[in-house]
Design a binder for this molecule. Structure first.
Ligand SMILES: Nc1nc2c(ncn2[C@@H]2O[C@H](COP(=O)(O)OP(=O)(O)OP(=O)(O)O)[C@@H](O)[C@H]2O)c(=O)[nH]1
Length: 631
């Protein structure tokens, strides 16, 4: 047995059958009449109008057969709906498709089958009109045509059902859309109306009536213009021709309407044109939205904005005044800063050109400021000194010396001191600084330091001291220095255990050198004599030039006084005598020496000793010069 295949439009067939609601429906007399007519016409055992469901064939009409449905798999009509024309099976027992079909092998023992497919209006095969016989029979072309005609009759009824169902559906949809429109029209949140081309109200929803305070009947007896504020009567006049000409599809204007109570109402009026089937303008759809609240808010905003602008202008004015003041203050401040900078620069120029070390040190002993001289004294750039510790800059050794003064000044006490700095300072020479440390107003702020280089003063002082005590010609101590040495020696002598001796020397015939070779040569002789004297005595012996050609010697720590003195005097005279030329001039140098001895542990008066030596020298001169005399 060949099971009928599913048609390509299977789903469409099932959908149409379902939408027609025809399956399992009560019998339809019009169809039954055709069935009976076919049975009579063809003298067939049975005639059936079948509809092919998913799993069965259901008989919409049947005659000569008791069942009203059978499985689709064994159905003949399942094959018929797949055919493009009638399906005629002359002897099912011999047909490979049906010979073992239970409807053939069993009741109703089908032998002959002729069926023609029933189609919907869209051409979908829904079922078939067929006749069945339990015997073979002739089947003419005329029979086939008759079956087609009868099938067309059944089919026309199905078409009728389809049309009826379509009409019902359309009417239902229409009713629904009408209801929807009515609902929308009635319950729209905005005023909704249909207005004639003469602007007469045709239909009005309740919102329009509520907005304007008129009943529907009142409004429908007047024009839209009748409720428009006189000032806004022509708001849309320029737009209507454009709408009518099709240039625009709709327009919106804001206008004032008048309520029944005389009050006004701001609305947005949106109008669109409806044309009839021939394209002629028919009426307007006019939507009216109440924008009174928005207009009021806008008005409030305008007034607020105006107020805001006035306040902004006033505030801007105040700000301008404040800005002007600020600019003046800034200009004054800049002036002050410029003056301050100039003052600082002046101060800096002054401090940098003062030959003194100036510094400002904070309480942590870090440099806040140093002048150029200060930085260069230590051979360091100024910006490298700022923030540096005093100890770090001056070095450990110097810091140890100045630390007590720093402690004092940080306690608020001004101090001054002199300090000799080592060679790391200016030019690597070192020097002596006289320094004054002055506490800042608040000692917590550190101190100011002012140091002046007194190296030259010290040198000058030393020079003066030297000159005050030395003979400028010979470089030997002078009378003053000798006197002090003598006073000191005389003071010690009372307790000393050794004798001292004072030699008084006067160059013999010195005047002759002056007279013969000039005063300058005389000076040369004096220098030569002084050096010879100095070179021939011990370093601890004091050698001095008293004046003119007079020299003195103070000998200390004499052990054998007389013999020591004699030995020294003879030695000196020999030294003078050994000089034969001075500056190429032949000379004969000698001196007369007077000696006075100061005894150990005996009181001694310096003047007495000097007088005794002087007197002894005089005796030596008297005795013929070039000799010594022990007085
Ligand atoms: N060149 C030179 N002569 C001086 C200086 N001071 C003094 N005299 C001179 O030294 C001379 C000292 O001479 P006297 O000592 O009086 O005479 P004398 O020629 O040395 O003779 P006697 O002392 O008797 O041997 C004087 O003529 C002084 O003018 C000096 O600083 N330089």
């Amino acid at each position: 047995m060949l099971v009928p295949q599913q048609a390509v439009d299977e789903q469409a067939r099932l959908a149409i059958l379902a939408s027609l609601g025809i399956l399992d429906s009560p019998r339809i007399e019009e169809i039954d009449r055709i069935t009976r007519m076919a049975a009579r016409q063809f003298q067939a055992k049975a005639v059936v109008v079948s509809l092919i469901d998913a799993e069965r064939q259901w008989f919409l009409s049947h005659t000569g057969i008791d069942i009203n449905q059978s499985p689709r798999d064994t159905s003949f009509c399942g094959h018929t709906i797949l055919e493009s024309g009638p399906l005629v099976v002359r002897d099912a027992r011999l047909d490979l498709r049906f010979h073992d079909n239970p409807l053939v092998t069993g009741a109703p023992h089908i032998v002959f089958y002729a069926g023609c497919a029933l189609h919907s209006q869209q051409g979908v095969a829904l079922g078939a009109l067929c006749l069945i016989d339990d015997r073979t029979r002739e089947w003419s072309e005329e029979d086939g045509q008759t079956l087609l005609d009868m099938t067309a009759l059944v089919q026309s009824y199905i078409f009728h059902l389809e049309n009826r169902q379509y009409t019902a559906r359309v009417e239902d949809n229409l009713a629904k859309s009408e209801a929807l429109f009515e609902q929308t029209f009635a319950h729209a949140a905005v005023g909704f109306s249909l207005v004639g081309l003469d602007w007469r109200w045709l239909r009005i929803n309740p919102q329009v009536c509520n907005m304007l305070g008129y009943g529907e009947y009142q409004l429908r007896s007047c024009l839209l213009h009748d409720v428009t504020h006189p000032e806004d009567l022509y708001a849309e006049n320029i737009l209507i021709p454009r709408l009518l000409s099709g240039e625009i599809n709709s327009f919106s204007v804001e206008k004032l309407l008048q309520r029944s109570n005389g009050s006004t109402l701001w609305v947005t009026l949106t109008a669109s044109l409806v044309r009839n089937a021939t394209g002629e303008a028919h009426h307007y759809i006019v939507v009216i939205s109440d924008i009174t609240e928005r207009k009021n808010i806008e008005q409030t905003l305008y007034s607020l904005q105006g107020d805001l602008e006035r306040r902004v202008a006033a505030r801007t004015n105040e700000l301008q005044v404040a800005m002007d003041q600020l600019h003046q203050e800034i200009a004054q401040r800049l002036n002050r800063e410029r003056e301050l900078t100039e003052s600082k620069n002046r101060l800096r120029a002054i401090t940098d050109n003062i030959p003194a070390l100036i510094c400002h040190v904070d309480a942590n002993e870090e440099y806040i400021f140093v002048n150029h001289f200060h930085a260069s004294w230590y051979g360091v750039a100024e910006d490298k000194v700022r923030g540096r510790q005093v100890k770090d800059l001056v070095g450990h050794e110097t810091y140890q010396q100045i630390e007590p003064y720093i402690r004092q000044v940080l306690q608020g006490v001004a101090v001054s001191y002199d300090i000799e700095l080592p060679g790391y300072s200016r030019n690597g020479k070192g020097g002596v600084l006289h320094t004054t440390l002055i506490p800042c107003d608040d000692s917590g702020h550190g101190y100011y330091g002012l140091s002046t280089d007194i190296s030259e003063i010290k040198e000058l002082q030393a020079q003066l001291e030297f000159e005050a005590n030395h003979d400028s010609l010979t470089g030997l101590p002078n009378r003053r220095a000798f006197q002090q040495s003598l006073i000191y020696a005389a003071r010690q002598q009372e307790k000393a255990d050794k004798d001292i001796a004072l030699l008084f020397l006067d160059i013999d015939n010195f005047k002759a050198y002056n007279d013969t070779y000039g005063h300058e040569f005389g000076d040369l002789i004096l220098k030569f004599f002084g050096h010879t004297l100095r070179d021939n005595l011990r370093s601890q012996d004091v050698v001095a030039r008293l004046a003119g050609d007079e020299f003195t010697v103070l000998l200390g720590h004499l052990v054998n006084t007389e013999s020591d003195v004699s030995r020294i005097c003879i030695s000196l005279m020999n030294a003078f005598r050994s000089v034969e030329h001075v500056s190429g001039v032949p000379v004969s140098l000698s001196a007369s020496i007077g000696v006075a001895v100061g005894r150990a542990r005996q009181p001694l008066l310096p003047d007495t000793l000097m007088a005794r030596a002087d007197a002894a020298m005089y005796r030596a001169k008297q005795s013929g010069k070039g000799r010594y005399y022990l007085g």
